[in-house]
Design a binder for this molecule. Structure first.
Ligand SMILES: Nc1ncnc2c1ncn2[C@@H]1O[C@H](COP(=O)(O)OP(=O)(O)OP(=O)(O)O)[C@@H](O)[C@H]1O
Length: 310
């Protein structure tokens, strides 16, 4: 069953087109991944969906009904974890969660009980300490607690793990999976493809306000199933010209990391031979070659010629 259906969503800021006829469908009960590099339009789409921003045109249907501005019923079913922390630093964790839950109409005992449960769920204690004393990871978890105390049917998380320690990241990943198992539909936006690969059933990759690929992770990877990826360790990359390598027939993408070259090659062509001949012609010593597993990052690189974190 479709929970959200977005059709031809268009938004510009002056001359700049942030969303160019975006189409997305989110099924009830799934963890939906919205993947794209910085500036792709993820937050713009989320902000329109949550009524923070007005669209220019297009349609958004929630549970088959066109989303109207300030529809309280639909808003009450949603929880938003915004990209920028939205907590009051001079309040305790419980005060923060109770404040946001009260905006959704919770009162009295239910307000306190739900807020305590949300804090426990994200692994935060109810202390007298003010939120400003919390670590970055704790603040991120509090940000999530504030969005779930009213038990939303759909939770939208806009890059919830930016700049946090691995322990908090793991905790957040697990919390999202548990919420989903308990019936909450999740929209997860990020530019960390590893998170999307771990969490999401369906994934849409957007770039420059447009969908460039969608499907589950296996069907997305199948887009480049005719490619082999290698990690080539060399003694020196100084004299390698990326453009010359890209001119070799069958060389699809090239990335450098220190003395390693990551190369994606067409399986059908003998481009590996040509690639090695090029390195030899420059007197570059190959120290090691490893075959690599294809990731969603490679899919993005293949489709756009850029990495997600360029
Ligand atoms: N209010 C605004 N005025 C002008 N331009 C804007 C505004 N909001 C967003 N943009 C531009 O629209 C584009 C899409 O921004 P958006 O925040 O949706 O991207 P994003 O995919 O969420 O990226 P990030 O991961 O960096 O947040 C960016 O180029 C951004 O500069």
């Amino acid at each position: 069953m479709k929970y959200i259906d977005i059709n031809n969503l268009y938004k510009s800021f002056g001359d700049f087109v942030a969303l160019e006829n975006l189409n997305l469908t989110i099924e009830k009960g799934e963890i939906f991944g919205l993947l794209g590099p910085n500036g792709a339009g993820k937050s713009t789409a989320i902000n329109i969906l949550t009524n923070i921003l007005d669209k220019d045109r297009g349609s958004i249907k929630v549970l088959n009904k066109e989303l109207k501005r300030n529809d309280r019923n639909i808003k009450g079913k949603m929880g938003l974890v915004p990209q920028d922390l939205a907590i009051f630093e001079d309040m305790t964790s419980l005060e923060n969660v109770m404040f946001f839950a009260s905006l959704y109409g919770l009162k009295g005992r239910e307000l306190k009980e739900n807020s305590l449960k949300a804090l426990e769920f994200v692994g935060l204690e109810n202390t007298k300490k003010l939120s400003k004393t919390f670590s970055g990871g704790m603040k991120r978890r509090l940000n999530i607690a504030c969005a779930i105390a009213h038990n939303p049917e759909i939770l939208i998380l806009d890059e919830p793990t930016v700049g946090i320690d691995p322990q908090s990241r793991n905790h957040i990943m697990k919390s999202i999976q548990t919420l989903n198992k308990n019936g909450c539909t999740i929209i997860y936006t990020t530019h960390y493809m590893e998170e999307v690969e771990t969490l999401c059933n369906n994934i849409v990759i957007i770039d420059k306000g447009k969908v460039i690929a969608n499907g589950d992770k296996n069907s997305l990877k199948a887009i480049i199933s005719d490619k082999n990826k290698f990690e080539v360790l060399v003694d020196d990359v100084t004299y390698i010209n990326k453009n010359e390598l890209l001119e070799i027939v069958g060389v699809d993408s090239i990335e450098f990391k220190e003395n390693k070259i990551y190369v994606s090659l067409d399986r059908e062509l003998s481009s590996l031979n040509e690639f090695i001949l090029y390195l030899s012609s420059k007197n570059i010593k190959i120290l090691d070659i490893k075959s690599k597993i294809v990731t969603l990052e490679d899919v993005f690189l293949n489709l756009t010629g850029r990495t997600l974190r360029d």
